[in-house]
Design a protein. Structure first.
Length: 155
């Protein structure tokens, strides 16, 4: 019965049009209320889950990517990758993947290279041939690249 309350409240909130993240959180609170977990314990576990020092690295990696993009490093990497694979049919997508791989090897963060290379290549891809194929292809290529080649980081 507890699982039905949890899933039912989630599905009801989704049908009502609530965003997925809010629906998950609110249905978890409804489920916890249903099985009589005190809200103090829930809030303590949420706070202890978010209070991690390693989570502080995420915005700093994105900041590093933005600084490198403004400094021109990502444009130079894109130009180098364009020399290597830009002549091939579909070369702009390959340039995106190769430049992101180089940038990920330099910065060590998939998010930083997606932020910096994406700011350079998405407008370029939308101006060129990608527009004729599909207008949503360029952000898809930029978002999928970190899953193809992950930078080697220690945990």
């Amino acid at each position: 019965m507890d699982a039905f309350v949890l899933l039912g409240s989630f599905l009801l909130l989704m049908v009502l049009g609530m965003p997925v993240a809010y629906a998950l959180g609110l249905s978890a609170l409804i489920g916890a209320w249903w099985i009589d977990i005190p809200f103090d314990a829930i809030m303590i576990s949420i706070a202890s889950g978010v209070n991690k020092f390693s989570l502080l690295a995420i915005p700093f990696f994105v900041l590093a990517g933005a600084i490198m993009a403004e400094g021109g490093m990502s444009r130079r990497l894109v130009a180098f990758a364009s020399v290597l694979v830009g002549f091939v049919r579909g070369g702009l997508s390959l340039v995106n993947i190769l430049a992101s791989t180089f940038f990920g090897a330099i910065s060590g963060s998939s998010m930083a290279d997606t932020a910096s290379i994406g700011s350079v290549l998405i407008p370029e891809m939308e101006k060129k041939v990608i527009r004729a194929i599909s207008p949503r292809l360029s952000p898809s290529v930029v978002r999928c690249r970190p899953f193809l080649f992950r930078p080697a980081t220690t945990r």
